[in-house]
Design a protein around this ligand. Structure first.
Ligand code: UDX
Length: 441
C-alpha cells in the first residue's frame, strides 16, 4: 500500500519505517529541510534501538523515502498518517495547530479517496475537528474524499520498533467501513500472533490513549507514594512491590518507584486529560494528585541530599549518572535529571554528569551550568557523592571498588534502586535509595 507520514519525529519516523518493513511504500514528509536532507543521506535523526537497520534496509530497497513536498508525498498515498507534535498549550490543553494546519494543507491537495489517520496523541473530539477542516477545504468537485481515523500509538521509547512490529493491540477509531477495511489490511501483518485490532468509535479511541498513559502514570505515582511511606514506617518497597505484583489483577510491571515519571508522553497526557475533563466540568481529582505528587518526586533525591548534608549543598560536588528520562533513549523531555540539576545548581552545588546518549541534548539546554564527562568513572573523580537518576544497564553492575576509590566519600544516592542492600553493606557505602532502608551513616 502507498502511505504518507506527515511529521518525522519519534512517532512518525518509527511508524513510517516499520510500515515500510512489511512491504508498503512509504513517503515521509517534514517541513525541516535540513532534517530531510540528512535522512536522505542515510542519517537516522534519533537514537532508537533497532531503527537504523530497518531505516537503511527500506531506503535501499526503495520503500522508504523523504521529502519536504507535501503534494508529492500525498499524491499517490491511500493512507496519510498525521504524526505531528501536540505540545501543551499555555493552559495545559494540547495545542492542535500543527495537526489542524496540516489537515488544511492536505485538504486543498486531495483529488481522490484517502484515509487520514491521526497518530498524534490528541484530545477527544479532534477527529471531528480534523473532519471539519476537510469539510471546509476539500474540493469534492475535483474528486476529493476522505475518512478521518483515530489510531493512537502505544510505542515506548527504547523499544518502539518492537512495540510497532509486535503490538499488544492496535486501536482504531472509525465509523467508516471503507477505512476500517484498509486499516485492517494495513495492520494485518503486525498482529499475526493473534493480538487484537480493536475497532471503536473515534472518541473512544482518542480517550483510550489518554486513559492508558494516565493509568500507567497513576500506577507509578502510587508506587512512589508507597515508597515514601516505606521509608517512614521502615518497610522495604522492593518487598511490597513483589508482594502486590504477584496478584494478577495488579501485575508485576510498572511498579518500580523512582525519581518520578518523565518523558514526552506521561506528563503531557496526564495534564491534557485533566484539562479535557475540566472542560466538561469534571473534576478529575486523582489526576490532579498524580501531577502534584510527581512534581515532588522529581526532586526527592535533592531533599535526601539536603538532609544528609544538613541543608548545606554549597560547594559540594556531585557525579550524576543518567540524564535521559529513561534508559535506551537520548530523550530528555521532562527528564527528572533536569529538575534535579536545577535544584542542585540553585543550592550552589557543582555537577559532573555522565549519560551514554543524552549529553548532547542536555548541553543544548543547560550549556556549561554543569560539567559533562564522557566516561562514568571519570565523572566520579573527587565528587562528594554519586547520584543515580537513570537506570542504564551499564550502571547495574559497576566496579564498586573503583567508585569508592574515586569518590571523596563512599556515598551513593540512588533514584532507581539499582543495588542490592547487602552488597552496599559489604562494600562499605552510605547508600540511600527509594523506599528502602538507608545503609551506612
Ligand atoms: C509511554 C507509554 O508507555 C507508551 O505506551 C506511550 O505511547 C508513550 O508514553 P515512554 O514515554 O516511552 O512511553 O516511557 P515509559 O517506558 O512508559 O516510561 C515513562 C516514565 O515512567 C519514565 O520516566 C520511566 O522512568 C517511568 N517509570 C516507568 C517508572 O518510574 N517506574 C516504572 O515502573 C515504569
Amino acid at each position: 500500500m502507498k502511505i504518507a507520514v506527515v511529521g518525522t519525529g519519534y512517532v512518525g519516523l518509527v511508524t513510517g519505517t516499520c510500515l515500510a518493513e512489511t512491504g508498503n511504500n512509504v513517503i515521509c514528509v517534514d517541513i525541516n529541510e535540513q532534517k530531510v536532507q540528512k535522512m536522505r543521506a542515510g542519517e537516522v535523526p534519533i537514537y532508537e534501538p533497532g531503527l537504523d537497520i530497518l531505516f537503511h534496509r527500506n531506503i535501499e530497497q526503495g520503500r522508504l523515502s523523504f521529502t519536504t513536498n507535501l503534494a508529492e508525498a500525498i499524491e499517490d498515498a491511500k493512507i496519510i498518517f498525521l504524526a505531528l507534535p501536540t505540545p501543551p498549550g499555555g493552559d495545559g490543553s494540547a495545542d492542535l495547530s500543527y495537526v489542524l494546519g496540516a489537515a488544511k494543507d492536505i485538504a486543498r491537495l486531495v483529488r481522490n479517496y484517502k484515509v487520514i489517520v491521526t497518530k498524534s496523541t490528541v484530545p477527544v473530539g479532534t477527529a471531528d475537528k480534523v473532519r471539519a477542516v476537510f469539510d471546509e477545504h476539500l474540493d469534492i468537485n475535483k474528486g476529493g474524499e476522505v475518512d478521518v481515523v483515530s489510531n493512537p500509538e502505544f510505542l515506548r521509547e527504547g523499544v518502539a520498533v518492537e512495540d510497532f512490529m509486535k503490538p499488544d493491540r492496535v486501536v482504531v477509531g472509525t465509523s467508516s467501513d471503507k477505512a476500517r477495511k484498509l486499516m485492517e489490511e494495513l495492520y494485518g501483518p503486525y498482529v499475526r500472533s493473534g493480538n487484537p485490532i480493536i475497532f471503536m468509535d473515534e472518541r473512544s479511541s482518542e480517550l483510550t490513549k489518554y486513559a492508558a498513559n494516565s493509568f500507567l502514570a497513576t500506577k507509578i505515582t502510587f508506587m512512589n507514594e508507597i515508597a515514601n511511606l516505606c521509608e517512614l514506617v521502615g518497610a522495604d518497597v522492593d518487598m511490597v512491590r513483589r508482594g502486590i505484583g504477584a496478584d494478577a489483577r495488579i501485575g508485576k510491571r510498572f511498579l518500580f518507584p523512582g525519581v518520578g515519571y518523565g518523558g514526552s508522553c506521561f506528563p503531557k497526557d496526564v495534564q491534557a486529560l485533566e484539562k479535557s475533563a475540566s472542560e466538561y466540568q469534571y473534576d478529575f481529582k486523582i489526576l490532579q494528585s498524580v501531577m502534584e505528587v510527581n512534581e515532588k518526586q522529581k526532586v526527592v533525591i535533592v531533599e535526601k541530599l539536603r538532609k544528609y548534608y544538613n541543608d548545606d549543598l554549597k560547594g559540594k560536588k556531585f557525579a550524576l549518572w543518567g540524564l535521559a528520562f529513561k534508559p535506551e533513549t537520548d530523550d530528555i523531555r521532562e527528564a527528572p535529571s533536569l529538575y534535579i540539576i536545577d535544584a542542585l545548581v540553585e543550592a550552589g552545588a557543582q555537577i559532573v554528569a555522565y549519560d551514554p546518549e543524552a549529553i548532547e541534548n542536555v548541553k543544548k539546554l543547560k550549556g556549561d551550568v554543569i560539567d559533562y564527562s564522557s566516561d562514568p568513572y571519570e565523572a566520579l573523580n573527587g565528587a562528594d557523592a554519586l547520584i543515580i537518576v537513570t537506570e542504564w544497564p551499564l550502571f547495574r553492575t559497576p566496579d564498586f571498588d573503583r567508585i569508592g576509590s574515586l569518590l571523596k566519600a563512599r556515598v551513593i544516592f540512588d533514584g532507581r534502586n539499582l543495588y542490592d542492600l547487602q552488597k552496599m553493606i559489604d562494600c562499605g557505602f552510605y547508600y540511600n535509595s527509594i523506599g528502602r532502608k538507608i545503609i551506612g551513616t
